[in-house]
Each structure stands twice: as structure tokens, then as C-alpha cells.
Design a binder for this molecule. Sequence first.
Ligand code: GAR
Length: 212
Amino acid sequence: MARVRTAVLISGRGSNLQALLDAAADASFPAEIVCVISNRPGAGGLARAEAAGVAALTLDHKAYNAREAFEDALHAALTDQGAELVCLAGFMRLLTPGFVQRWQGRMINIHPSLLPSFKGVDTHQRALDAGVKLTGASVHFVSAEMDAGPVIGQGAVPVLPGDDAAALAARVLTVEHKLYPECLRQVASGQARLVDGRVVIARGAPASAMLL
Ligand code: GAR
């Protein structure tokens, strides 16, 4: 069966991108990573894409005078590459409802918290400040609201005494790198689908809940 042509959008170091590239290196994985696009010139993830032989493009949002102009260029680049599915992997740019609508049910994101808790930035410090004992990562279909949208899978890790934000981020990242490929596998294979605003998981699909 043809693999689903998948683009990954990044802004930074790209460790989640690497997890997706590694999973997709197996020809039996249902998604093929066809391009990586960064909105920040020089993002570390671009070198990871090149090393994997994947097209690495930069679309600097600062070069556009309006959010919509940037997104039109992004949409054109995705279409040029024949992308059918989009993964946001540390892509730190808010997308307009218009762009989200164009990719509805075909765009997923990873966020380092157990959503709906701790959306946005400074996630780990806010989890520590709130005194929660479990935190983790979520993969979800993208909706117009930031870090919201129907959850496909989650992975949880403990918050340990003495943790600071960096220690917690590192522990959560280990679950992100397992969770994101598994959720992409489910979406690309059609086992997880967005139907009327809810995630429908096919009967017999493995549970995308992980405890590390
Ligand atoms: C990851 O922890 C990802 O979950 C987070 O940015 C980091 C990117 O790291 N995303 C968000 O906070 C989205 N709101 P990476 O570039 O090494 O994958």
C-alpha cells in the first residue's frame, strides 16, 4: 500500500522530527516523511532532515508582512511537495483558523503536557508550580485553539521530588519520542481518524496510552 506523504513543520532542534524520521525509515511504516519545513532559518532539525535525505525547506515567517501571506506560502510549499498529512513537531507559530481548516483531520501536533492541562509555553514550570504528580505528552488533531483539539494519544511520566523544569522536560521528551511515531502510525494507517470533531479509533487498534 502507498505510504502517506507526510510533511513535518519545525522551529527548533527537531528531536521529535528525528523520532518520526527514524520510524519512517522502516519501509513498513505507513507514513513517508517527504519534507521538513522550518519557519526559523538555521533550525537544528533542518540538518536532521538533510542527513535523512529528506527535502529541508525554510520559510521565514519574518519575511512575510501578514500571517496569512506566510500561511499561503506554507500551504503552497506543502502542496508542491504533495503532502497529505502534516505533523507539527515543536513548530512554535500559531496558525490561523483558515489554515487549520484547510488541513482539518490531516494535521497533528505534539504538546509536552497531559492536555487539556498546561497549554502554551513554560509547560513544565507550570506543572511543577501546580504540584501535579503526573505529567506527560499529548498528540492531538490541530484545531484553531492553540494546543487544543481532539487527543489521539497520551503518555504519562511521574513528577519526582527535586525535579526542576529541565529534568521534567527531559523525562517528558522520552515519552514524546515513543508517542509521536505511534500516533502518526495510527493516523497514517487510518486507525485513528477525526470524525465530527472526535477521534475515532478503529476496533482492534493498540491503545495509544503510555505509562513510562
Ligand atoms: C517538544 O517538547 C514539543 O512537545 C514542544 O516543543 C518541543 C520541541 O522539541 N512543543 C510545544 O510546546 C508545542 N506547543 P524538538 O524540537 O526537540 O522536537
